[in-house]
Design a protein around this ligand. Structure first.
Ligand SMILES: [Zn+2]
Length: 849
């Protein structure tokens, strides 16, 4: 889980004395607050994560394996056993360390014929991810039949719905995801316990269960975090915020499980909320789900899990364990299922008709991990494991009892999508307490058309992302017209009459401004691949086109035939990668206002990177010159997602912080300083400040957010006053790009989290981008603060990104937007790159020998 600091303090007061019996009235459970992680507080500490991202950006990323459909079950795979690691953080809690999982699974595979384990992929830190399948033995032919049925449910749902025998023959898939937050450990131990019970049970009810279901366990979704005792993976990412972006290998593995398995029900095991928190959620509810089906099943399983957890007999007085809570029933708002960034909010698009976050009760992480006695920690972990195991057992019993209906409802989800039926308004009272505040709907277009009108490379990325998410994409054979517009041959088409149209729409639609409907949101409220990923995306109301299905986007690179100098306009992350590759080769490149000029003599190198990254060179105009550009070496006081993104773009990045600079930092290898987290100019000691001031006479500075704005003011860089919008405001905003260095050619939309704008601009300052006069929020949540300030209206027309040369000569760019947030807004990354190239070319790099 993650907690806003204020609420964290409130939760910490829950009294818990081991085995203490108290006659005093106990405090009521804290209100349901969701773990709040990668938002504003990410600015507190500069990230310093290993540089694996660089290797991954070069194409070495671990792609998840798939489930074979050509072999029966069991599949006894001898899992490699990692070396023993006495520093594994699980050990203190008496839980299974990561190196102990493979031996347990190897043993369980040998002890019967019900357990199959496989390595599905690797974490960012290189640790194995284990998928365990528990089911009754199947011949290869039986497995193929199961796959045929699964395929039919997805791809021919109308026929599947008519086939009365289908549900009888099909083994309902159930997905248990454990430990996605590394320091919420016990889901893993509960999964291992339940796997062992199922593997060895002589109970005929278990045999019946395994004959009618397949149970899939992702034993630990985040082994890096489990071992280190932290929430994030080895790259510093919160995996349970990454499902729309899939920047991390662990998330790509989970995504593949959900696509291959197509679970009817899933649970995601977290901690810690006392009493155990069990979804369904409060409003707002995601508008792209078939929510009538979802809420009925999810609430029913939620009530079952509640009864099972309360039935364990733990009490407040004896154990410090409060009764379970269900946010949908027990809270008004603040624990919503609006953004599809969480596992249970992503799974429904692949057919899960019941999906839950479960927060087990007793905190063992954070300050408790370091301060509580080991005995007390182990007492809590034992209870947590019991609770998580009860939730798993209750869920598989639910699927056994509701087997036919869950499958029928999954078929119905895909049928509505394939038929292109309108978004269905859920009837009030469909479950007790379902009121007008719970009703959220969307409008599906007939299709989306994706073009490369801004960048062919961006269109290709979006198409490949959709396909990786099991969304069907086609390519137009000839030019066609839709809604009064002509689209060229080769345009991509996403026909919304498809089983996973909900997933297609939740990514491609603009989204909605939900500020009027709710006050408190749990995490982000806006995202949009359609508006933020740099491709041209249009929803159209009619579709008459000859198009062929594609398995991948077509290659995009090109180099003009005519001899002469070449231009590479930086309008996509792939352009940045290509340019950084050329610079690393020592190619003599100049920078001219948003484009790189490559001399005719480097045509060979240009052709190579064009093919490697799919980027398009154009002829450079005869007079184009520009300023010499060399590799940009960055010192970054940045959050983990920004560090990851900068490295993914091919920049050389050295993490820095206040402490690092105070310890003595050699600036001679740095061209540009990036500041967004963990660096305070006023907290620098005199020597560090003098060294930084000296750097500022030759180097450039890029800043983002409040920490960056404070740095600008304290270091006396640009004349600009940063004004803060409401701290939790976030979403997609309309912007107007005007500046020549960063803004020109940028998309018409940007992303903000804790938005800022700049007033009182000095004559040296240029407005690169401003918030639109309308809105500016397109989708997300942005209300004013209690005193009426900090709202959207205050930001209208104000400068969002500014640039300038300070009086020492340093080139400076200030971002009030969030161009690299969680690696999501791909179409905004070039703005940061352009800021870096400009700052580097006009200051330090230009005069470097
Ligand atoms: Zn969690």
């Amino acid at each position: 889980m993650r907690l806003p600091p204020a609420l964290l303090a409130a939760l910490l007061v829950i009294p818990l004395v081991p085995h203490a019996v108290s006659a005093d009235p106990v405090a009521p459970p804290a209100p349901a607050v969701r773990d709040f992680g990668n938002g504003p507080e990410r600015n507190e500490v500069a990230a310093d994560v290993p540089e694996r991202a660089e290797a991954r950006a070069a194409g070495q990323s671990e792609q998840p394996g798939s489930l074979s459909h050509d072999r029966g079950y069991p599949r006894r795979t001898r899992l490699p056993v990692p070396p023993e690691n006495p520093a594994d953080a699980s050990i203190k809690l008496g839980l299974v360390p990561h190196h102990g999982i493979a031996p347990r699974l190897n043993d369980l595979q040998q002890r019967g014929d019900r357990v199959s384990a496989q390595v599905l992929g690797r974490s960012y830190g290189g640790r194995d991810l284990y998928l365990v399948t528990v089911t009754a033995p199947e011949s290869a032919a039986e497995t193929r039949e199961q796959e045929r049925i699964r395929d039919r449910i997805e791809n021919d749902p109308a026929a599947a719905a008519r086939d009365r025998n289908l549900v009888k023959r099909y083994k309902a898939p159930v997905f248990v995801n454990a430990n996605i937050h590394g320091n919420e450990w016990e889901g893993t131990d509960a999964a291992l316990r339940v796997i062992e019970e199922l593997a060895t049970s002589k109970d005929p009810k278990v045999a019946d269960l395994l004959a009618r279901t397949r149970l899939y366990f992702n034993v630990t979704a985040n082994p890096d975090g489990r071992v280190s005792g932290v929430r994030q993976n080895g790259a510093g990412f919160d995996l349970n915020r990454d499902f729309v972006t899939a920047s991390q290998p662990e998330v790509r593995a989970m995504r593949q499980i959900m696509i291959d398995v197509q679970p009817v029900t899933m649970i995601d095991l977290h901690g810690y909320v006392n009493g155990t928190l069990i979804e369904p959620t409060t409003p707002p509810h995601g508008a792209n789900y078939e929510y009538d089906l979802f809420i009925q099943n999810t609430y029913a399983n939620g009530l079952g899990m509640e009864a099972a957890v309360n039935g364990l007999g733990y009490t407040v007085e004896k154990d410090g364990v409060y009764p379970a809570q269900i946010p949908f029933r027990d809270s008004a708002e603040g624990w919503d299922d609006w953004p599809p960034i969480f596992t249970p909010q992503y799974a429904p698009f692949h057919g899960a008709v019941a999906a839950h976050t479960v927060e087990i009760p007793l905190r063992v992480n954070g300050s408790d991990y370091t301060q509580q006695p080991v005995e007390e920690l182990r007492r809590r972990s034992a209870i947590n494991t019991d609770v998580a195991a009860a939730a798993i057992r209750s869920t598989y019993a639910f699927v056994r009892d509701r087997h036919d209906r869950l499958i029928a409802d999954q078929i119905e989800v895909f049928r509505r999508g394939s038929a292109g039926e309108p978004s269905k308004a859920v009837g009030l009272g469909i479950v007790p307490g379902f009121g007008p505040e719970d009703v959220y709907n969307t409008t599906f277009p007939r299709a989306y058309v994706i073009t490369g009108r801004r960048s062919e490379a961006a269109a290709a990325r979006l198409v490949d992302h959709l396909i990786a998410n099991d969304v069907r994409v086609e390519r137009a054979r000839r030019a066609f017209r839709a809604d009064g517009r002509t689209y060229p041959a080769g345009s991509y088409v996403v026909d919304m009459r498809q089983p996973k149209r909900g997933l297609a729409n939740v990514m491609l639609e603009a989204g909605a401004d939900i500020s009027p409907r709710v006050d408190a949101m749990y995490d982000i409220s806006g995202w949009s691949h359609g508006l933020l990923w740099g491709a041209g995306v249009d929803g159209v109301t009619s579709l008459r086109v000859q198009a062929d299905p594609v398995k991948a986007a077509a290659p995009t690179g090109s180099v003009p035939r005519a001899p002469g100098a070449l231009a590479l306009k930086v309008s996509d992350a792939k352009d940045v990668l290509a340019l950084n590759d050329l610079l690393a080769q020592g190619t003599a490149v100049t920078w001219a206002g948003g484009a790189a000029i490559v001399p005719a003599s480097a045509r060979q190198a240009a052709r190579a990177v064009s093919e490697r990254y799919g980027v398009a060179f154009t002829p450079a105009s005869g007079t184009a010159s520009g300023t010499p550009l060399s590799q940009v070496r960055i010192a970054a006081a940045a959050s983990a997602d920004e560090l990851f993104t900068l490295r993914e773009l091919g920049f050389a990045v050295t993490p820095v912080s206040t402490a690092a600079l105070n310890a003595g930092y050699d600036w001679s290898g740095t061209d540009v300083l990036f500041v967004s987290s963990g660096l305070s100019y006023t907290a620098l000691n005199p020597a560090a400040r003098a060294a930084l001031d000296a750097f500022l006479t030759t180097g450039g500075v890029i800043t983002r957010g409040g920490t960056g704005a404070a740095f600008n003011a304290a270091a006396g860089l640009l004349t600009a006053t940063a004004v803060a919008g409401r701290g939790d405001a976030n979403g997609v905003v309309r912007v107007l790009s005007t500046g020549g260095q960063v803004g020109g050619g940028s998309p018409d939309h940007s992303f903000v989290y804790s938005p800022r704008w700049f007033t009182g601009l000095g004559p040296e300052v240029t407005v690169e981008q401003s918030y639109a006069a309308e809105g500016p929020l397109v989708s997300g949540h942005w209300r004013p603060d209690a005193d009426g300030t900090g709202g959207q209206d205050a930001a209208r027309g104000q400068a969002a990104v500014v640039s300038g040369r300070d009086e020492r000569g340093a080139a400076v760019v200030l971002f009030g937007t969030e161009p690299m947030f969680r690696n999501h807004p791909k179409g905004l990354f070039p703005q940061v790159a352009k800021a870096l190239y400009w700052a580097s070319s006009v200051t330090g790099a230009a005069v470097k020998g």
